[in-house]
Design a protein around this ligand. Sequence first.
Ligand code: SF4
Length: 453
Amino acid sequence: MVLKKAKTAARHPLPFFVFMFRSRPVVLPRERKPHDRFSDITGERFPVAESLSQGNTALWAKIYPNIFKLKVFIRMKKTYHALALFSGGLDSIIATKVIQAQGLDVLGLHFVTPFFGKPQLVPGWEKNYGIPITSIDISREYIRLLKEWPLHHFGKVLNPCVDCKILMLEKARELMDVYGATFLISGEVVGQRPMSQRRDALNIIRKAAEAKEILLRPLSARLLEPTPMEESGLVDRDKLPQISGRGRKKQLELARKFKITDIPTPAGGCLLAEKESANRYWQILKHFPAPEPDDFFFANIGRQYWSGPHWLAIGRNRKDNEELERLARETDYLFDLVDFPGPSGVGRPVPGQEWNEETIRQAAALMASFSPRARQSHRGVAVRVQHRGEEQDVLVIPDRDLIGTWSIPDWDTAREEKREKEKEHQARLAEKKRLAAETYWEDFAEEGGEDGR
Ligand code: SF4
């Protein structure tokens, strides 16, 4: 139906604009989830949250999604030779440019989760580097991967690098049909990273993602076996680099050759590899049976406190307060000082763990303790608590010595818990393998063993 409309629209420009502006109601920030997708086919992200948070008007909020749709529509009509995993880092830029330089069309896929991805930078990258790029939201798949535990383990912190790469390649492989692409490229460099870019890890990733025949790693291509794309002559192997190791010298030389002046700073940007953020995420993985992407965005904001399974976020500044308010759900507890300026607090209950009066009172006291004026009043202050459409005022002393068991969890404890979980995971895997082997031999015996063939 939509396709038919679009085809008619392409023939008649005026109705086309009517189609654009009438096709989908604009969802205002409080009502929409930040990770609603525009397209179920591609998972391309609908970046309203960014456009609104940059202070744009309601009119812009109305127009922007339609421009975005038009862009996605046009892009989906075009085909590409290759899809590139495009993080925005120097390696991904150079890998894409190297293939573009051979006259091949490449579309960059920029994957977005609560832990990495900067879809708001995509228009700038497209302009600076001359690479068409689309943002793909893989939050849900990624959270499932974390919750179910990565098959190839976490890195030093909470970064499941090998499984992360596998997931991105799988997603890219699924999108090849949509964009008519015949191969994938990634900016991986042999020996650059200890976990996911060792030669054996590169092979594991390629095999597990079922991308053995379709994945080209241009930067290290001449150090790796030739791929079908090189053997068939689609890509000229002789023109591909042979980069290895951790340095960036050769990539910088290539950047100069491609006249790239806007050089991104090295690595970083993945919150799963940073202890402070990982500590926040660990609490969610520990307590929530089925966390949502919003939970992790919520964890990125302000000060984060836990008391057993009870979770409270307190804004550090106005931006935090607005973000917390935007992400608040009906089931959350919203805390605001009645008579003093101060931060906002939002308590998010773990399913099945409702808060009692004492927990609410302590959370209110903790939130109020971050208001200097409330503290200096040296008296009880009123905090308004909203929950499920109802509100009540609680009187509290804004003193951090009276906040019971609320505290900021530390990474050392989280790391120990992670180790224990890893052991449990390994034991489960070993048991699964043992059972699979047992079943295999039982079936083999039932079929008469080798004589039964
Ligand atoms: S650092 Fe983060 S984004 Fe990069 S591979 Fe590891 S988990 Fe994925």
